[in-house]
Design a protein around this ligand. Structure first.
Ligand code: NAD
Length: 284
């Protein structure tokens, strides 16, 4: 049985995998003061990108991420926006572009859950999740694409004009009773991502997604913070360990880099095999 860590691993290993992979590039990560977004911001910075760290609440936590990046010799800036507000997103993008000069990489990552049985779900719960998880990604992507198109390919840093990496979920394909708003939002992200990939490819803009499985963050604490919960979770994970935010950061660095230049319109599942439906491992 896997030993069960019951606290957050906020101390990301000081590994600098390929410092030149993204050097000279400018990135914006939404919801970057916590969990996966924080790890992605740090991972992109370790690969050489300058990063705008978006937050909606918790400015202090965002400044802490900035400080962590700067302590490792990177460059970062905290930037406020509620991603579900059109005005906020426009202001955030303008400010990030003014501060960094441009933007090459967008990771629309901000997301939340408002769980309820379908019959009890309020319209507010439904709308909140769709407006942050799906509409929020659309708003950020639209503004970033305007900048990619205005500027074109910066041949000194990348062969593409822009890279978008949507944070989806295994629940873009795995149904999730009790979470219909969340599953619908991620299913929506999937088709939005693929349609964008088709639409924007001629402009040399690549659009992909990451589909995390169970990753140790505040969004799902109750799924891993006791021995019993962790054991239960492992029934869904063939690889028999929970994912760490850095697992997602590594995938984001790869997808943002020119190593992934011929990859467009995919969801890269980073899930220890959860999408292999382990319930069927002994069936059939
Ligand atoms: P988290 O709660 O640690 O982080 C979510 C972030 O989004 C926070 O920084 C939060 O402040 C921010 N956010 C929420 N509403 C916002 C808004 N209106 N505007 C701007 N920012 C906002 O959770 P996490 O696990 O790091 O989640 C990050 C993303 O990964 C989400 O899209 C989530 O759906 C996805 N995801 C997570 C898991 C997992 O197991 N943790 C699995 C699949 C997908």
């Amino acid at each position: 049985m896997t030993t069960q860590p019951t606290t957050f691993n906020t101390d990301l290993p000081k590994r600098r995998p390929m410092p030149d992979l993204l050097s000279g590039q400018k990135a914006l990560v939404t919801g970057a003061n916590s969990g996966i977004g924080r790890a992605v911001a740090i991972g992109l910075a370790r690969a050489g990108a300058e990063v705008a760290v978006n937050y909606v609440v918790g400015e202090e936590a965002a400044q802490k991420v900035v400080a962590e990046i700067e302590a490792e010799g990177g460059r970062a800036h905290a930037v406020y926006a509620d991603v579900s507000s059109e005005d906020d997103v426009k202001t955030m993008m303008a400010s990030a572009i003014e501060t960094m000069g441009t933007i090459d990489i967008l990771v629309p990552n901000a997301g939340l859950q408002r769980d309820a049985a379908a019959v009890d779900m309020t319209l507010e719960q439904w709308n909140k999740v769709i407006s942050v998880n799906l509409t929020g990604q659309f708003l950020c992507i639209r503004e970033a694409v305007k900048e990619f198109n205005r500027r074109g390919v910066r041949t000194d840093v990348s062969v593409a004009a822009g890279k978008v990496i949507c944070m989806s979920s295994v629940h873009e394909v795995i149904a999730w009773a009790g979470h219909i708003n969340y599953a619908a939002s991620k299913g929506g992200v999937h088709m939005m991502m693929q349609s964008l990939a088709q639409e924007l490819a001629p402009q040399r803009i690549r659009v992909n997604a990451i589909g995390p499985g169970a990753i140790r963050t505040p969004i799902n604490t109750q799924a891993w913070n006791t021995e019993a919960a962790y054991a239960d979770l492992m029934r869904l994970v063939p690889y028999k360990r929970i994912g760490e935010p850095e697992d997602i950061a590594n995938a984001a660095v790869f997808l943002a880099s020119d190593m992934a230049d011929y990859i467009n319109g995919i969801t890269l599942f980073v899930d220890g095999g959860m999408t292999c439906y382990p319930g069927f491992a002994t069936g059939g």
